[in-house]
Design a protein around this ligand. Structure first.
Ligand code: 5GP
Length: 302
């Protein structure tokens, strides 16, 4: 008889484990929305594509309060305006409600469309610890046809770094001279400490020779490049999730607790700027992300 009793119990344990896992996945997704690792539009796409996914089973009120600057009062007004019951889950919305929610989102937080760009100058930026350096290094190794710009910096070389290969390590006075003589396409003080800048000459030469150029620089630099070269393509590298970004920063072990907290605060601000980029690429797998960057460069050059 015990055979007849056991399976339902096993089922219950399995079901409750599944429920815990689903709740965790939804909590993680809400962090991703709040930290802007995913756009709300992408969450809707996932929810409508699969109502059983973490996005699909997320309740609409929880989705709304995960968005920036939406508290409980605003949430209730939006639900009333869109005529959506607070018990509804994203995946359970009817066609008309889906359209109303999607249209409301697009009005409230528009995502920059892919611009038609001409130049093969591509800027790769993204939050701290997302792995920009690793993706750039992968491109350097596997795509010699791409010129990876070498920046000038006032910071000291780390062990193993070679002048002229990883950076041009320069003095403050030399950096001042480069600025004064307009030798830098952009420059910025990064992490409130040292100055970094992109030498203009090699880039101009490479573009003239028809080569693609990749800059791996910080966000301030990315926007400066857009100002001086409006045809440049700005690519934002995203972590697979906020939790993963935190793991990478902690796992790297190169920063102390205070510095880590500071960098995470910076990352939060940086993620909020992603909608101003032309493309977003998720760095889940370095080789795949690198290939996507290279594909974009080839598409831009056409
Ligand atoms: P690290 O000191 O770890 O090599 O680099 C620190 C940061 O400086 C990275 O986020 C990197 O993207 C940024 N960076 C490196 N070169 C440049 C540059 O030429 N211009 C700007 N704006 N940022 C740079």
């Amino acid at each position: 008889m015990t055979d007849q009793v056991r399976p339902p119990e096993v089922d219950r344990v399995a079901a409750s484990r599944k429920a815990v896992a689903a709740r965790r996945a939804r909590a993680s997704l809400k962090r991703d929305i709040a930290m802007r690792v995913v756009t709300p539009q992408e969450v809707l796409r996932r929810a409508f594509a699969d109502p059983h996914s973490p996005a699909g089973t997320l309740r609409v009120p929880e989705f709304l309060t995960a968005l920036p600057a939406i508290g409980e009062g605003k949430r209730d007004r939006i639900l009333a305006e869109l005529q959506i019951s607070p018990v509804k889950r994203l995946g359970g919305l009817g066609t008309r409600q889906r359209e109303a929610l999607a249209a409301w989102l697009d009005r409230r937080m528009p995502v920059r469309g892919h611009r038609r760009t001409r130049s093969s100058l591509v800027v790769l930026a993204g939050p701290t610890a997302v792995g920009k350096g690793t993706v750039a290094a992968h491109i350097r190794e596997h795509h010699p046809e791409v010129l990876l710009s070498i920046s000038a910096t006032t910071r000291a070389p780390r062990p193993g770094e070679v002048d002229g290969q990883h950076y041009y390590f320069v003095s403050d006075a030399e950096f001042d001279r480069m600025i004064a003589e307009d030798e830098l396409l952009e420059w910025a003080t990064v992490h409130g400490e040292h100055r970094y800048g992109t030498p203009r000459g090699p880039i101009d030469d490479a573009i003239l020779a028809g080569r693609s150029v990749l800059l791996e620089i910080d966000m301030q630099g990315a926007f400066q490049v857009r100002r001086s070269e409006p045809t440049a393509t700005l690519v934002f590298l995203l972590p697979p999730s906020w939790d993963e970004l935190v793991n990478r920063l902690v796992g790297r072990g190169t920063e102390g607790a205070e510095e880590r907290a500071r960098r995470l605060r910076t990352a939060k601000v940086e993620l909020a700027a992603q909608n101003d980029f032309d493309f977003r690429i998720v760095n889940d797998d370095v080789a795949v992300a690198a290939q996507q960057v290279v594909d974009l460069m080839q598409a831009s050059a056409r």
